[in-house]
Design a protein around this ligand. Sequence first.
Ligand SMILES: NC(=O)c1ccc[n+]([C@@H]2O[C@H](COP(=O)([O-])OP(=O)(O)OC[C@H]3O[C@@H](n4cnc5c(N)ncnc54)[C@H](O)[C@@H]3O)[C@@H](O)[C@H]2O)c1
Length: 434
Amino acid sequence: MKLCMIGSGYVGLVSGVCFSDLGNDVICVDKDINKISLLKKGKIPIYEPGLSELVIKNFKNKRLKFSNDLKKSIQESDIIFICVGTPTKKGSSSADLSQVYNAAKEIGRSINKFKIIITKSTVPVTTGDEIEKILLKKNNKNKFSVVSNPEFLREGEAIRDFTYPDRIIIGSNDIKSNRTLKNLYSPLISKGASYIHTSRRSAELIKYASNSFLATKITFINEMANLCEKIGVDVEDISIGMGLDKRIGSRFLRAGPSYGGSCFPKDTKAIISTADKYKTNLSVIKSVIKSNKNRSNLLLNKIYKILDNKIRKKKITFLGVTFKANTDDMRDSSCLKMIPALSKKGAIINYYDPTGHKKELDKFKNVKFIDSIKKSIENTDLVIIHTEWNDFKSINFKNFIKSKGKRFSIYDMRNIYSKTKIKNQGFKYFSIGK
Ligand SMILES: NC(=O)c1ccc[n+]([C@@H]2O[C@H](COP(=O)([O-])OP(=O)(O)OC[C@H]3O[C@@H](n4cnc5c(N)ncnc54)[C@H](O)[C@@H]3O)[C@@H](O)[C@H]2O)c1
C-alpha cells in the first residue's frame, strides 16, 4: 500500500519507518525543511533507539522516501496519516488543533482519487467530524473516509511498541476502510496484537482515557511515596505488593518526579477541557493534574532541605534532564521547573544527559551542559539522579569524592541505588518514598 505520513516527528517518523519495514511504500512528509534534508542524508533528528538502522535500511531499498512536498505526496498515496503535533492551546487547557486542521485543508485541496485519511495524532473526540467538514468544503464528496487510529507508542521503546502493540484501535464509520486497515496491520495482528474496531469517536476518546489513566497511576504511587517517607515504609515494597495483583499491574507504578513528556500533561488537560464542554466533571483527572503540578515543588523543597536551605553558590549536578530515559524529549520535563528555581536561588548547575546539550536550559543563569558524567560530578555538593538511563546505574561515586575528602549528597529521584550501599560509602543518600 502507498502511505503518506504528514508530520515526521516521534510518531510520524517511527510509524512511517515501521510501515515501510513491513513492505509498504511510505513517504514521510514534514514542513520542516531542515528535518527532511537531514533524513535524506540518513541523519535522524530525534533520539530513538534502533530508528537510525531502520531508516537507512528502508531508505536504501527505496520503500521509504522523505519530502517537503505535501501536495505531491498526498496525490501519490492511498492512505494518509496525520501525525502532526496537538499541543496545549496558548492561554487555555484545550488541544491546539491548528496543525491538524491545516493538514486537513491541504489534503482537501490535493485529493485526486479516493483516500483513507487517518488521525494518528491525539485529537479530542469529534475532531474526525471537523476534518470531514473541512474536506467536504472542497467538493470531495465520496472521495475520502476519515478514520481515527490513535498511537500508543512510548518514546524510547517506540519501535518495539509499534511492532508489538498490545492493541490496534481503528475508529471508522465505514466497513471498507476498516477492511483496508485490518489488511495493513495484518503483520502485527498475526504477531498477537488485538485489533479493535470502534466508532471514530470511541477511538478518539480511548486514547485520552488511556493516557489519563496512566497519568493517574503514576500520580497515585507518587502520593503513596509521600506517605511512605512520613512513616518510614519503602514505596518499592508497596509497588511490588500492589503490582502483582493482576487487576492492578506493575507498570507505571514506580514513584519518581512528576510525570512529563509530550503526552500526559497536555492530554490530561485536554480531556478536562472536552469534559467541560459536555458539562461533565472529571474530578479524578483534575486532582491528578493538581497533584502532579505540586510534585516538582515538593521535590524542590526536599532539595532545599538537603542543602540546609543554603542554595546560593551550591554546586548541583543533574544526571539526565529529559522527562525520562531513552529519549531526547524535553517537553514538560520536571527539570524545566526545578532547574530554573534553583538557578534563581543562586545555585551553580552542571547537567549531563546522554542525548547532549539542551537549548531549553540555555536561558538560565549558571546552568551548564558538561559532556561527561565524571566531569559533571567533580567538586559538586549534590548529585540529582533525575532519569534512569543505564549509564547512571553503576556509577562508583567514591571515585568523585571532593577535594579534602568531602563527600557530596546524592538525591536519587529514580530509586536506582541501594540506600545501605551508598550510605556505607559515607555519602548522604536521599531517595523517593523510603
Ligand atoms: N511523542 C509520543 O510519544 C506520542 C505518542 C503517541 C501519540 N502522540 C501524539 O502524536 C502527535 C504527534 O506527536 P509527536 O511527538 O510526533 O510530535 P512532533 O512535534 O515530534 O512532530 C510533529 C511534526 O509534524 C510536523 N508538521 C506540523 N504541521 C505539518 C504540516 N502541515 N505538514 C507537514 N508537517 C507538519 C512538524 O514540523 C513536526 O515535525 C501528537 O498529537 C501526540 O500527542 C505522541
